[in-house]
Design a protein around this ligand. Structure first.
Ligand code: GLN
Length: 486
């Protein structure tokens, strides 16, 4: 029974059902892989080995009693801002280094109900602020395709775990690209659902009007299965949408003849890597070959403003969300300084990393009385314009197709001291986030031996059509689950 960690979740499910192996054997295979490669990859902040084996035993009981579902016994990596009862949850920060949550997040509750297995809590940029996982207080993760390169971020640990065989699938979170960009850089499928599709109850907040949890997977089918499991209304999150949830697996294997695809001009900028441009051009030809109508005349003129809008709104919301970490109620605390105010000041100065402090300062500045109208209010107005441009596009097109990132994975350290260069990674993922739209990144080949991602953006709650397009594309390309020879 070798290398079970190479299987997709759906293949593993078939074989578990056929009793070719047990959930405990599958989990042991993944844990063995973790022991072998984790010293090089650092995909996890915490590996929950004993818990994983206990959950695997419970999964085997579900198979024995006929109550198994597609995720029963499937070993997963869970981003470390997803709250898990009794299991340390750090959000990649020193300030939450000792936080053991007393409750479960909605998404983890759903996974547990399905009988999924948690291998561990995945590494991430502190409070999900970053594009390389280098802003983690627990050391950077490495890209399994080339260990000298970043895996992307902020869900870089989740993506690296899936690519390295340290999990069969993962949950990440996306505020401005943090699922799609690392999925693209690690050769995975990453799906950021419509804002409101997945409950944020128990998700450590960064930018509350932008944050969404979603899957990082080996192929489109697994992404659909994971998203099906975590979607749905939850009264504990007031922005959780009551719309009925479509069964995404239902949209696999359908043909996409006649689908209307808009390709926005503004997404083909100078500075894009030639190998990325080439793979995207080939992808568009493949869509035409599949019978789609591909129109290159779409224009989304406000695309260039999405970065500025995002870097006002996200830090503003973050500055409010992060005010609670004061060393008084929970988390890291420095009580050695004398007055309460001094203790708070030192707790925050010590507990937060540089990037987080930068965002808090940006956000408090943008929200301050004298500048609120000039920055925050203006950003919200431009956000509405970006949204309207997308809505006009969806009157003409079923989906909008773009690259996920302008380049493939870059070397560790290359952008660490240049925040703006780091922010530019998300130039193609920010616009749909700002609009609250669903978008997937699906692998579309290699450039210089490294994965390139194609982004498919849909209208609000049109996850089914995105899955349909992404699955048809992936199958035409010869299928998913391409793992690097780590
Ligand atoms: N890289 C972007 C940032 O640093 C997006 C992060 C995210 O989606 N969480 O804010």
């Amino acid at each position: 029974m070798t290398e079970l960690w190479r299987l997709t979740a759906h293949d593993a499910h078939e074989k578990l059902r056929a009793k070719e192996f047990t959930a405990v054997e599958l989990t042991e295979s993944v844990l063995e892989r973790v022991r072998a490669v984790e010293p090089k990859v650092n995909a996890y902040i915490t590996v929950t080995e004993d818990l994983a084996l206990q959950q695997a035993r419970e999964a085997d009981t579900k198979f024995a009693t006929g109550t198994a579902t597609p995720l029963t016994g499937i070993p997963l990596a869970i981003k470390d801002l997803i709250v898990t009862k009794g299991v340390r949850t750090t959000a990649g920060s020193k300030i939450l280094g000792n936080f053991i949550p007393p409750y479960d997040s909605h998404v983890y509750e759903n996974l547990r109900r399905a009988g999924a297995v948690m291998v561990g809590k995945a590494n991430m940029d502190e409070f999900a602020m970053g594009s390389s996982t280098e802003h983690s207080a627990y050391g950077p993760s490495h890209n399994p395709w080339d260990l000298d390169l970043v895996p992307g971020g902020s869900s870089g640990g989740s993506a690296a775990a899936v690519a390295a065989g340290e999990a069969l699938g993962a949950l990440g979170s996306d505020t401005g690209g943090s699922i799609r960009q690392p999925a693209s850089l690690c050769g995975n499928v990453g799906f950021d659902p419509t804002y409101g599709r997945v409950s944020r109850f128990g998700i450590i907040a960064f930018g509350s009007s932008l944050d969404q949890v979603g899957p990082i997977a080996r192929d489109v089918e697994d992404a659909a299965t994971l998203l099906d499991c975590i979607s749905g209304h939850d009264p504990r999150d007031s922005t959780s949408n009551p719309e009925p949830v479509a069964d995404l697996r239902h949209y696999l294997g359908r043909d996409i003849k006649g689908m209307k695809i808009g390709v926005p001009k503004e997404y083909f900028i100078s500075g894009m890597e030639p190998g990325v441009t080439a793979r995207i051009e080939e992808a568009l030809k493949l869509f035409e070959h599949l019978g789609c109508v591909v129109d290159r005349e779409l224009s989304l003129p406000s695309t260039e403003h999405a970065l500025a809008v995002y870097y006002i709104i996200a830090p503003s919301e973050a500055s409010a969300n992060l005010a609670r970490y004061d060393g008084v109620k929970y988390g890291y605390s420095d009580r050695s300084r004398g007055s309460m105010w001094e203790n708070m000041e030192h707790t925050r100065a010590d507990g937060f990393g540089e990037e987080v402090k930068r965002r808090i300062m940006l956000g408090t500045y943008a929200l301050s009385a004298g500048y609120y109208d000039a920055y925050y209010l203006k950003a919200q107005k431009v956000r509405t314009v970006i949204n309207r441009e997308f809505q006009a596009a969806f009157e003409k097109y079923d989906v909008v197709v773009t690259p996920t990132t302008p380049t493939v994975a870059f070397p560790l350290g290359a952008k660490l001291n240049d925040p703006y260069a780091m922010y530019l990674n998300d130039i193609y993922t920010l616009p749909s986030s700002v609009a609250g739209l669903p978008a997937i990144s699906v692998p579309c080949g290699l450039s210089g031996g490294l994965p390139v991602g194609l982004q498919i953006i849909g209208n609000f709650f049109d996850e089914p059509r995105i899955i349909q397009a992404a699955h048809a594309f992936e199958q035409a390309l010869g299928g998913g689950n391409r793992l690097p020879g780590l």
